[in-house]
Design a protein. Structure first.
Length: 301
């Protein structure tokens, strides 16, 4: 089937390529002529304007947007809206907040334009392995898009599904990413302990490889851990600074709103925040307090 793609960054571009390989006709929008040339070489029909994109699609149109969460999504919708007609579909494959998704779906419904949210996981490996896709939206519309999801998923019957109405896909992906925070933190702490046990001279890459098969802690994250340690066993040149893209914060906020205890995910988020504080005023104060009440030595910075 025809599909428009807005957001031909690394993940969006890879998704477009996978669709083309699966026999779909993909029209890709980009402002950068070089990006359009690169996409055209990979079988994607180039469009330099939203008008070109919409006009190149057969009715009923489906347009997948892969842009950063927040204002960029609203701006894209605002630009597309006047060009679309009743029955057309906008698919948001980014990490939007599910409350924004519900608002956008209700807004577009006034023009009978459908809004489908697809929480998408798989990163840069999705082109090769397929993507995990959590879909929210009208059941009949999702069914109409089935060929797209079956092509993007690891297999037609695996790794994707409609999880509920508009907003449910992004909500599910938000929790998915919260769980990811906790798992990554556990791996990080475990390997840090192994690394600190100097008397055994442990090979962390070897241990990661052993755990990849038959262990209860095996996972794709462990596979990636093994790959990272194979490339750089001492992790030299990597700053201990961990960013976050928002989903962990939203997950913790939702847990509080729902009165659900989520200490592991919450602490994993706080650890990421702490990693960015090179000056750590709170730790300086702790050191000063120990000196005040017990005369303990303070390390000078």
């Amino acid at each position: 089937m025809d599909l428009g793609m807005i957001g031909l960054g690394r993940m969006g571009g890879n998704m477009a390529q996978r669709l083309v390989r699966g026999g779909h006709r993909v029209v890709g929008f980009a402002r950068n002529p070089q990006t359009l040339r690169q996409m055209e070489e990979k079988g994607i029909v180039p469009a330099a304007t939203y008008e070109e994109l919409v006009n190149a699609l057969s009715e009923t149109r489906a347009i997948w947007i892969m842009v950063p969460a927040g204002a960029a999504v609203d701006e894209t919708i605002t630009a597309l809206w006047p060009l679309l007609t009743a029955g057309d579909v906008i698919i948001d494959g980014g990490n939007s907040n599910y409350k924004d998704t519900q608002r956008r779906a209700e807004m577009l419904n006034s023009s009978r334009i459908h809004y489908v949210d697809t929480g998408t996981s798989g990163g840069v490996w999705g082109l090769q392995n397929g993507y995990s896709i959590m879909v929210g939206g009208d059941e009949q519309v999702v069914e109409r898009l089935r060929p797209v999801f079956e092509t993007l998923a690891p297999a037609p019957d695996k790794g994707w599904g409609r999880v509920g109405p508009s907003g449910a896909g992004h909500f599910t992906k938000m929790i998915h990413n919260g769980i990811e925070y906790g798992m990554m933190q556990a791996y990080g702490e475990g390997f840090a302990i192994l690394n600190q046990k100097k008397e055994f001279d442990l090979d962390l890459h070897q241990i990661a490889e052993i755990w990849r098969d038959g262990s209860v802690v095996q996972s794709w994250l462990l596979d990636l851990t093994a790959a990272a340690l194979a490339e750089n066993p001492g992790l030299h040149g990597i700053a201990p600074y961990v960013a976050d893209s928002g989903e962990g914060r939203w997950t913790v906020a939702e847990a509080i709103d729902l009165n659900v205890a989520a200490p592991v995910i919450t602490l994993a988020l706080l650890q990421r925040l702490q990693s960015r504080d090179a000056e750590s005023f709170s730790n300086k104060l702790l050191s000063a307090l120990r000196n005040q009440f017990g005369g303990h030595e303070m390390k000078k910075g």
